[in-house]
Design a protein around this ligand. Structure first.
Ligand code: GUN
Length: 285
């Protein structure tokens, strides 16, 4: 039977550590604060943002939500970001993605002060992580959460053949770099990959982030592989499932993350950790 990589319990212990750091900062008069900007009413975004704010409350990070209408102009959004960049009480901010089509996402991300970019999406933070793992202090939260979960279970990726399925800027690309930084031989597959099976069949580690329920099937992986499922998909029944066919895979693989309770809570915990890092940077600690 596969080891269950339990993101819920590992994230709880991470949050305990984060809370201790926050308590220490508060005793120095520093109160970390996260601002979450949400544009429009995307139902999934509403859920994710609520989870982020609840987690802030748990550890004592002040959180503020800025809700902007779907019709907000790019100039108005950029002006809001600039205001938050200048606000010394704000340690970190995120703009929940996706954004409406009339807004240019790269310009929005570029406008965030990199020291307040707790999502780790700004080119400065993304670029820095290419150097080596010592420069991943503001890495994107989902891949960071994957690495922390693997570390907890002492899964050493050095020398592994790793396949990342998905090449998004927020998961697939930074995930590939972080695995490479740790000595894995990394292949990044995506929707144009001609023969996905050729890569997954030999992989020691597969990270799947494609947003399709049950996409990764048992016959695509080798026995004893490690599977990390980044997907969060809501079925018509309302059930939340990942991108991996958990029931099919768990009898074949060495370890697998559940959905829910895998990478989702790890992502949130890493966001809070990045917020603490940002608060410390701003206080020159
Ligand atoms: N949308 C999906 N995942 C994320 C994330 O980690 N950060 C932001 N800002 N938006 C997202």
């Amino acid at each position: 039977m596969a080891t269950l990589l339990d993101g819920r319990s590992v994230s709880d212990s991470l949050l305990t550590e984060v809370k201790q750091e926050i308590d220490a900062l508060k005793s120095k008069g520093i109160a970390p604060k996260l601002v979450v900007i949400v544009v429009g009413e995307n139902p999934a975004s509403q859920v994710y943002v609520r989870k982020k704010q609840e987690a802030c409350e748990k550890v004592g990070i002040l959180s503020e939500r800025v809700s902007l209408p779907e019709s907000v102009t790019q100039a108005e959004l950029l002006a809001k970001i600039e205001e938050l960049n200048k606000d010394a009480s704000v340690s970190g901010m995120i703009v929940q993605l996706p954004l409406p089509a009339h807004i240019e996402e790269p310009l929005v991300i570029k406008a965030i002060n990199p020291y307040k970019d707790v999502d780790g999406f700004h080119a400065y933070n993304i670029g820095k992580m290419f150097l080596n793992k010592d420069f991943e202090d503001m890495a994107p939260c989902t891949p960071k959460g994957v690495i922390k979960l693997l570390d907890f279970y002492k899964i050493d990726v050095s020398g592994m053949d790793a396949v990342v399925i998905g090449k998004s800027n927020i998961v697939g690309k930074p995930m590939s770099v972080m695995l490479l930084n740790r000595g894995a031989t990394v292949t990044t597959c995506h929707s144009r990959t001609k023969n996905l099976l050729k890569y997954t069949a030999d992989a020691d580690l597969i990270v799947v982030a494609v947003g399709k329920a049950g996409f990764l099937k048992a016959e695509m992986v080798k026995e004893g592989a490690v599977v990390v499922d980044v997907g969060i998909n809501r079925l018509e029944s309302g059930k939340i499932v990942g991108d991996a066919d958990f029931e099919g895979l768990e009898g074949k693989v060495a370890a697998i993350t559940p959905v829910p309770g895998g990478i989702g809570p790890m992502t949130v915990a890493c966001l809070l950790q990045n917020t603490v890092t940002a608060a410390k940077k701003q206080a020159n600690l």
